[in-house]
Design a protein around this ligand. Sequence first.
Ligand code: ZN
Ligand code: ZN
Ligand code: FE
Length: 758
Amino acid sequence: MVDPQAACRVSVNGIVQGVGFRPFIYQLALDHQLMGQVANTATGVTILLEGPQACLDRFLADLPRRKPPLAHIVEVRSEPLAPQGFTAFSIVPSQGGEQRFTLISPDVAVCDDCLAEMRDSADRRYGYPFINCTNCGPRYTIITDVPYDRPKTAMRHFELCADCRKEYQDPLDRRFHAQPNACPVCGPKVWLCDRHGETVAAADPISAAAKLLKQGQILAIKGLGGFHLAVDAENAEAVRRLRARKRREEKPFALMAADLEHIGRFARVGGAQKALLTSIQRPIVLLPKRGDAPIASAVAPGNACFGVMLPYTPLHHLLLQAGFSALVMTSGNLSEEPICIANEDALARLGTIADRFLMHDRDIYLRSDDSIVRRAGGASRFLRRSRGYVPVPIFLKHTQPSVLAVGGELKNTVCLTRERFAFVSQHIGDMENRQTEDFFRLTIDHLQRILDIHPEAVACDLHPDYLSTRYANSQGDLPVVAVQHHHAHIVSCLAEHQVEGPVIGLAMDGTGYGPDHTVWGGEVLVADVKGYSRAAHLLPVAMPGSASAIREPWRMGVSFLEEALEENWRELPLPLVQGLNDQQVAVAVQMIQKGINAPPTSSLGRLFDGVAAILGLHSTVAFEGQAAMALEHIAAREAVDPYPFTWTGGGPRVIDTGGIIRGVVADVVAGTAPALIAARFHETLIGGLTNLCGALRRETDLDRVALSGGVFQNVRLLEGLLERLGAAGFTVYAHQQVPTNDGGLSLGQAVAAAAMLG
Ligand code: ZN
Ligand code: ZN
Ligand code: FE
């Protein structure tokens, strides 16, 4: 007696290609005694199934529960069919089809199964630095086009050997259709060379490289998404030499350590941080330093944290076997240029920095920097979203027209939308040199191709002179939608929470162009995805020297003092005054008074700079935000009283920073410890902004607040506002899927532009 046969066609959409999905389906069909076939299509996979109805039902129930680790299922659709009489279950070749839209997996860390094989002296891949399988390894960075098949990856130059081909073709093998599959016989190789590209003979190039690192040399190491520059993190002299050669005087260097135990010796690691460090994405995680850390102080000077990651490629694991406390693994680039990915380019650009190069011949098609995350306010927050996460889409509330959003100027990313997906690119960088602009164009072209997106509009910043804005305006006939910087920040936060507003938006930021042609950055908006009104902002003050006031916070110190105290501050015993000569002050004051090269700004970032300068923490900085970080770093933990935080007017309200500055000055003059002043300053902003939101709620009935902008990288401010606004009965949204800094701007631009067009 044969069970009555049923049949159905199942379409699965999501990240289901190149992640071991078809072998999984094959195994699942065998487990449930079903016949039929599975094939990749341009949009995912299609499964034909035949067998008893009860078995079909169990199959469908098991599918999402047992999926492979890298698969990301968005949608499963099933429709009944007439049985065709299949007598087996098989995996059939890819079906080309009209649609090309597939979700592509990000690059992920080598899996435990592969690591175990790499460490097994009996395995044919013993010690092989490119071991991978369908559950791990490179994806996004090696794909040149879709559908994702070996000829469309950087692996096309490597002909599979008989053993690898057997694995590749066996549906029950862990390497079935693993496109980067390789072994020492047929796959990529690693070698050591000098700065002229001459090979340095070594039986084992990786242990030779480790030896050189132990001797204090600087190595350029080709990785997954680009080159790193590496030194032994314990070797203070080597770290100092790397800083000097890279001309990177103060920005912290990232560290890589062999395992959690090694990390625990120099940083404090909580449970949530452990989960982040060991996740398949393997980001750099910011961890509080331990006092007794065996790490050179020049690794992260003046910083409370180390940025730390675990090894994520087999090559990293082999390198760290040599027994380092940690390696400095910083981006292989010249100051602000994009990281090197090609061997020749690395020799040309890093030749003056690195003593030796650890090269390999698996091409990196698209660069992807290490991602950076930290825990704050009970969640993980991105400082940079790149390798391991991109190109996983952000899921939007609605299907929207396809938009290309080109981001801002600094920490640029771009975003492409299609249906309900928003694809935010990897970190592109500061658009201040030709190389970064080239990378920007390449990324846009590449994402459009592999995602098959044909944008109907281009979104950009309101600033007319940004390189990204100029690019947007050069895109032929496509409509261009300019989105105000801080509106884009708030919409970015709303989009990732699938909220459309209206909300009260606190856009606390460094720099953004306002429609009144002044520099905005301390903005309280009443906003929805479509538009905003400016409900309040910080009192505008002059930026004497314009953009140079960002690199020289003493200028903002002078400006805030002039505004708050007029001439009466020059005789006061302030650290800022003592550090400046009369000439410098006179020139700055004149710029302010005459309004020459001194544009007004309402930026909260600049207020942080000004207060840090008045306290004598930083009169100049090496990177934007450094003075603000110092102010956060020194702030005492104890409860303190705020300075006055008042506002005037109604359309829009103007927050009087003068009261804050006068409070800070009085404390300095009275000899109050800078740690307490910094704490009072933070408390002022937390309490004051909460009160302001309360006033706006009484007026507008809005009880939701969105927090966005670069200033929310300040953990004390973020956590303080989350807590205080929450206690006041507000629903508070903060970023978790994209950075709160300008790296998240493109997402907000894309969603705001679509809303404005719609
Ligand atoms: Zn693996
Ligand atoms: Zn092989
Ligand atoms: Fe911004």
